[in-house]
Design a protein around this ligand. Structure first.
Ligand SMILES: Nc1ncnc2c1ncn2[C@@H]1O[C@H](COP(=O)(O)OP(=O)(O)O)[C@@H](O)[C@H]1O
Ligand SMILES: [Mg+2]
Length: 465
């Protein structure tokens, strides 16, 4: 057999040729695309042959149809088949259409996105023209920073909402849930919290909302604050894939600003609709349900999303997350409410009965907790709040007794105090989106209680219950 001696001279042109080829083919325009073909089509998903060995779960593919190119996400991979959920509803899919692997879905947020409303794919939907991408490209399914590298949460801030600042004060980097049935006041409270001065940026994910509410939220409630806000919207009529992606896109944008040292507020309204979207996608791909129709993946996706909020590593900013959770039929123990409550650093419970009384925001001060409240209160405030809670508890537990005339003043000094002061406290807590934010909720409370103590029989002094 003839062999060519491997001398330095003989090798070098070959190596140079190889290096030139490598340089050419590693340029993005020459990267090798893996492709396959549509094999079966069903409601909610289609299958592709020839891609299984090249794609990973959660990656994106581009499907070439008669009307153009449409994105889809890989939701299940079998030895010979990849299951894909189309991103846009109603795209025409034909047997044997070409499908190309695109890889992880990446977005490139930029400061210029502030003031804009975009969809889950980062396309502008506010009619204000195109948006420019930044240079920092990130996958929307990033993971949270490792826990030991994260800063500690220890700095309180004022939301301007008295019921929150007194009973459940928040810290930068906290994750808080608002739990309530439908129409009780979650979105309104979120919009009030979005006005807090304490943030450099506000990123809002509106998932599964009615189209009408989206404009109201953005134009009426955010108003001036929209300048430092970015809204990511997937309305109820959009595909489950887009609804599932909206909070992921939003948290990725929040991470971009956090990594630039900013304090970001992330709002997700609602996480339940995000869970519903995951359930729809999972059902389409054949994942079995385990609790109330929810597949296991919901219970891994929720902590993955919420864990990405919180304080960043040293040298970066924080993401404070406030999310709403719809409790089906006012049942506070449904699986989504249950599993999110465990992951969060606090929850506000809104009661329909308070809303019906006109006590807005209808936050139940006894059922709501902020696990980081002690870092936000002064020791005196903490003592005061504990006293206020015991007065409220006393007032509420004797409500029926007082209604049937079983209360006589003078028999129980604690109850007398509760009957006198709790209606005043309730009045101080009332606040609507149009009212100005309170710079110091404790001062407002002190002023009201002092005024009432000085003028016990004034007409107009609140007396209810
Ligand atoms: N703080 C508030 N002040 C006055 N009215 C409120 C307040 N919060 C809620 N509401 C009333 O309740 C309705 C439903 O509130 P919304 O926030 O849309 O509920 P949810 O998001 O829980 O479905 C609003 O249209 C409004 O009339
Ligand atoms: Mg709502």
């Amino acid at each position: 057999m003839n062999t060519v001696p491997l001398t330095k001279e003989a090798l070098s042109p070959k190596l140079e040729h190889l290096a030139a080829l490598a340089a050419r083919y590693t340029k993005p325009e020459f990267s090798v695309a893996h492709g396959g073909h549509v094999q079966t089509i069903a409601a909610g998903h289609y299958t592709v042959t020839g891609l299984s060995r090249h794609v990973r779960l959660g990656e994106f593919v581009a499907h070439k149809s008669a009307t153009g190119i449409h994105l889809g996400e890989v939701v299940r991979v079998e030895p010979d088949l990849a299951y894909v959920c189309p991103i846009e509803p109603g795209e025409p899919i034909g047997i044997h259409d070409t499908v190309i692997r695109k890889g992880a879905f990446r977005i490139a947020p930029s400061d210029s996105w502030c003031g804009r409303t975009i969809n889950s794919l980062c396309e502008p939907i506010d009619g204000l023209g195109p948006i420019t991408e930044g240079l920092d490209r990130r996958s929307i399914s990033n993971t949270a920073p490792p826990s030991m590298t994260r800063k500690r949460v220890d700095k309180g801030f004022k939301t301007g909402v008295r019921a929150v600042d007194i009973f459940s004060p928040l810290c930068h980097g906290q994750r808080l849930g608002i739990f309530a049935g439908s129409g009780v006041g979650k979105s309104t409270l979120l919009s009030m919290l979005a006005m807090a001065d304490a943030f450099d940026k506000v990123v809002i994910a509106l998932v599964g909302e009615r189209g009408r509410e989206v404009r109201e939220f953005i134009e009426d409630t955010l108003g001036e604050n929209m300048k430092k806000s970015i809204a990511v919207v997937a309305t109820s009529d959009e595909s489950p894939m887009l609804r599932k992606m909206a909070p992921l896109t939003a948290v990725t944008i929040a991470e971009y600003f956090r990594d630039r040292g900013q304090n970001v507020l992330l709002i997700v309204d609602s996480v339940t609709r995000f869970a519903h979207a995951i359930r729809e996608v999972a059902t389409a791909s054949g994942e079995p349900p385990i609790a109330r129709g929810y597949p296991a993946s919901v219970f891994t996706e929720l902590p993955r999303l919420l864990e990405r909020a919180g304080p960043g590593p040293e040298g970066t900013g924080t993401i404070t997350a406030i999310i709403s959770i719809l409790v089906d039929g006012d049942n506070h123990n449904d699986p989504i409410a249950d599993s999110t409550r465990g992951i969060l650093d606090g929850h506000l419970v809104l009661q329909r009965s308070l809303a019906e009384e006109g006590r807005y925001p209808p936050i139940d001060p006894l059922a709501s907790i902020s696990r980081l409240a002690r870092k936000a209160w002064t020791p005196d405030q903490e003592k005061l709040v504990s006293r206020l809670k015991s007065l409220i508890h006393r007032f509420e537990e004797t409500r029926d007794l007082r209604l049937i005339g079983g209360y006589r003043p003078g028999a129980d000094p604690d109850l007398d105090m509760a009957v006198k002061q709790v209606p005043i406290i309730y009045d101080v807590l009332k606040q609507s989106p149009g009212d100005s934010a309170s710079p110091d909720a404790f001062a407002d409370l002190a002023t009201a209680l002092k005024a009432a103590a000085g003028m016990p029989n004034q007409p107009g002094a609140p007396r209810r219950g």
